[in-house]
Design a protein around this ligand. Structure first.
Ligand code: HEM
Length: 261
């Protein structure tokens, strides 16, 4: 297991110069918001994180009004009661279920995992210069945006002779088995992307399962690795520094020893 290796996609954030595509992340967030958040939590992401300039890049005002659309459980107050209030930028995204039992009972006994770290980098997405070590780790059983994309687009009828248990859905990309409890979550046209006027091309992408899967996988990659771009930038700076420094050291050595017979 899995029956099939994930597809290898080319992501905007792959490679030493890669960075996140803001528009793609914003679309991915909308997909998470409209679809995935009905079952999956994203515990490690706070609303204020959606304002990261290397990430979704929402303005402070946008973050505030976005957070305010959510109802957050708070309390106890002075009377000892729990209460609901509008979200604030410092709040984390609320989970769809109050606890594991509730989550399981709504999903036929299966637990929808928290998506915060599900995309923890696998293979070529690990960033500069750590991909050097991918030679040793590429067979590791870890998730990644390739995996999430493949899983979301991989639902299909079971081949002849394969029995799938009631309540499970055949998917050869699922890492733990050949079927999982999640029903195919995406459908063509299911999520509308906002258009900022007629001549706005930023969200001019096909509204298909394939595109949704790419966008939400990229968003989950950002959620899992919000400092990816910063890290790559630093890695590059360090490499340039080391190369220049090595040159200087070499040159100095030749100067110092130049007159040695
Ligand atoms: C499992 C992603 C929507 C219920 C998973 C897994 C991923 C995922 C990647 C597999 C984790 C693993 O390998 O262990 C997503 C994304 C969604 C989405 C990106 C939105 C596009 C939903 C929805 C539901 C749901 C709407 C509920 C109707 C579940 C359940 C599991 C699961 C119950 C556990 C399956 C099992 O262990 O058999 N999801 N999901 N998901 N998902 Fe989703």
């Amino acid at each position: 297991y899995p029956l099939k290796e994930p597809h290898e996609l080319s992501w905007s954030f792959s490679g030493p110069f890669g960075s996140f595509d803001k528009q793609q992340l914003q679309r991915g967030f909308k997909i998470y918001h409209d679809v995935c958040s009905n079952c999956h939590s994203l515990n490690l992401v706070a609303f204020r994180n959606l304002g990261d300039q290397d990430g979704l890049g929402f303005s402070a005002e946008q973050v505030k009004s976005l957070a305010a659309e959510y109802k957050i459980q708070d309390g106890p107050n002075d009377q000892g009661d729990m209460f609901e209030r509008p979200g604030r930028p410092s709040d984390h995204l609320p989970a769809p279920f109050p606890n594991e039992q509730a989550a399981r009972s709504a999903n036929g006994g299966a637990l929808p995992p928290d998506l915060s770290l599900l995309a923890k980098a696998r293979g070529p997405e690990r960033g500069f210069p750590w991909f050097v070590f991918d030679v040793f780790t590429q067979y590791e059983e870890s998730a990644g945006p390739d995996y999430i994309y493949s899983l979301l687009t991989g639902f299909q009828d079971p081949p002849a002779g394969v029995q799938v248990r009631e309540g499970l859905h055949y998917n050869p990309y699922f890492i733990a088995s050949d079927a999982l409890a999640m029903p195919p979550p995406l459908a063509d046209g299911a999520v509308d992307f906002p258009q900022n006027g007629d001549d706005d091309k930023t969200n001019d992408v096909p509204q298909t399962v394939d595109q949704y899967a790419r966008d939400v996988s990229a968003f989950l990659m950002w959620a899992a690795e919000p400092h990816l771009v910063e890290r790559k930038r630093m890695g590059l700076t360090v490499m340039v520094f080391l190369i220049v420094f090595a040159g200087l050291v070499g040159y100095t050595k030749r100067r110092v020893w130049a007159n040695t017979p």
